[in-house]
Ligand binder design. Structure first.
Ligand code: ARG
Length: 247
């Protein structure tokens, strides 16, 4: 085989072979999505997803390599092989699943609403926000944005580049509501929202989060699903979950 033909052959094989050969698991994610991926005060990546990714790399015997990627472009970046896997709190949607494969879900979340202080009497559920007098916000390219447009089509919609920016606008009274995944909104509310925003914490969508990989790679998918089953049953998943969700 010529060197080029060998390269092509390797590229077409399972991502697992690339990972083992290079000794690196390259993980695409977008920090700022609490408690899944954040940047700590020393600039290190931390969170539930990061801990799962490190556990995954350890189980493969390779190095964890973070690849910070804007969420709005994370699927194109996976498809152009900027990294091996998306571990970024990404919701399995049928539309996304036409482009990429997903592992089994590792957690289930849903959309909730941070509400501008003073609106809690008139807005009791997401349904009440479907009205031209309200402005709702979410983050670009997320299921929060899809839910806002789908369930509140009559409201004005405003998109933000980062989840924290949208949530802060509710706190500052610039928008009426921020539609986003439950864990993020719950932490934002607990850390900065108390008494300053209202929180409609009953999820109104069903959103399994899973690992995203390129299509046509059954070997990698098989490895991931068995890894998940294993850590869910041997205590590793619970230990990581407790650290990021119960402390
Ligand atoms: N679950 C939502 C979605 O899939 C939001 C994920 C945002 N993730 C992130 N790392 N910023 O659209």
């Amino acid at each position: 085989l010529s060197a080029q033909a060998a390269d092509i052959e390797l590229a077409q094989k399972s991502t697992l072979e690339r990972i083992l050969k290079s000794g690196e698991l390259r993980v695409g994610f977008d920090p700022g999505y609490m408690p899944f991926e954040m940047t700590d005060t020393k600039g290190r990546y931390v969170g539930f997803d990061i801990a799962l990714a490190k556990e995954m790399a350890k189980s493969m015997g390779v190095k964890f390599v973070p690849v910070n990627t804007d969420f709005d472009g994370i699927i194109p970046a996976l498809l152009t092989k900027k990294f091996d896997i998306i571990i970024s709190g990404i919701t399995v949607t049928q539309e996304r699943n036409l482009q990429i494969n997903f592992s089994d879900p590792y957690i289930v979340v849903g959309q909730t609403i941070l509400l501008r202080k003073g609106l809690e009497e008139e807005v009791e559920s997401y349904r009440d926000l479907n009205d031209g007098q309200y402005t709702v916000a979410s983050r670009l390219g997320t299921t929060g944005e899809m839910a806002a447009k789908r369930y509140m089509p009559k409201a004005d919609y405003k998109s933000y580049e980062k989840e924290a920016d949208g949530a802060l606008e509710v706190l500052n009274g610039q928008v009426d509501a921020f539609v986003y995944d439950l864990p993020f909104n719950a932490i934002f509310n607990a850390q900065q929202g108390k008494g300053k925003v209202a929180f409609l914490d009953e999820p109104f969508t069903y959103e399994p989060l899973a690992f995203g990989i390129r299509k046509g790679d059954p070997d990698f998918l098989n490895w991931l699903n068995n890894f998940l089953r294993q850590i869910k049953n041997d205590g590793r998943y619970d230990r990581i979950y407790d650290k990021w969700f119960n402390s």
